[in-house]
Ligand binder design. Structure first.
Ligand SMILES: [Zn+2]
Length: 160
């Protein structure tokens, strides 16, 4: 009975407009049938129609306002709930990430002593490689390079 008031007000505005327009048309007809008052009849028709239309704007606008406000209120409710849930999830994820970071560090410490072999990205020779920061006239680069190249380029071992 009291739900969707905005929609009901808009419906009422439409009904009022139709009633006013019909009354204006009836009143106009009375004058239109007489040749002496035909001009008055036209004025009543146009004027009545316009005033019916304009007078229902306020009512229609009010209905629209209530409708939109209700919509916003509903949306805000949902958004707030979602945001709260997201924050909860995020903190949970963060905690997990911190845990996994610790695990990664531990794993690295275990695997590091094993020599990593491959093709040096500077001299292309197969050798033990170290991930290093190389600074020369070309700028700063990060490459997997051999021990010889480390000495040659004064490279600094870097963390991946
Ligand atoms: Zn090399």
């Amino acid at each position: 009975m009291f739900c969707n008031i905005g929609g009901k007000i808009k419906g009422l505005a439409r009904i009022i407009f139709i009633i006013e327009a019909v009354f204006a048309a009836i009143a106009a007809c009375i004058f239109l049938f007489d040749e002496d008052t035909i001009l008055i009849g036209f004025l009543i028709l146009i004027g009545g129609f316009l005033s019916a239309w304009i007078s229902t704007w306020i009512l229609f606008g009010f209905g629209e306002l209530i409708e939109k406000t209700t919509e916003i209120a509903n949306n805000t409710k949902t958004t707030t709930a979602t945001a709260a849930q997201r924050t909860e999830n995020f903190s949970a994820e963060q905690c997990e990430n911190v845990d996994s970071d610790i695990n990664v560090v531990t794993d690295n410490n275990v695997t590091d002593p094993q020599p990593q072999t491959g093709i040096c990205q500077l001299c292309n020779s197969e050798s033990h490689l170290t991930y290093c920061k190389i600074k020369d006239n070309l700028g700063i680069r990060y490459r997997n390079i051999c021990d010889e190249c480390i000495a040659k380029h004064n490279a600094i071992p870097a963390k991946k």
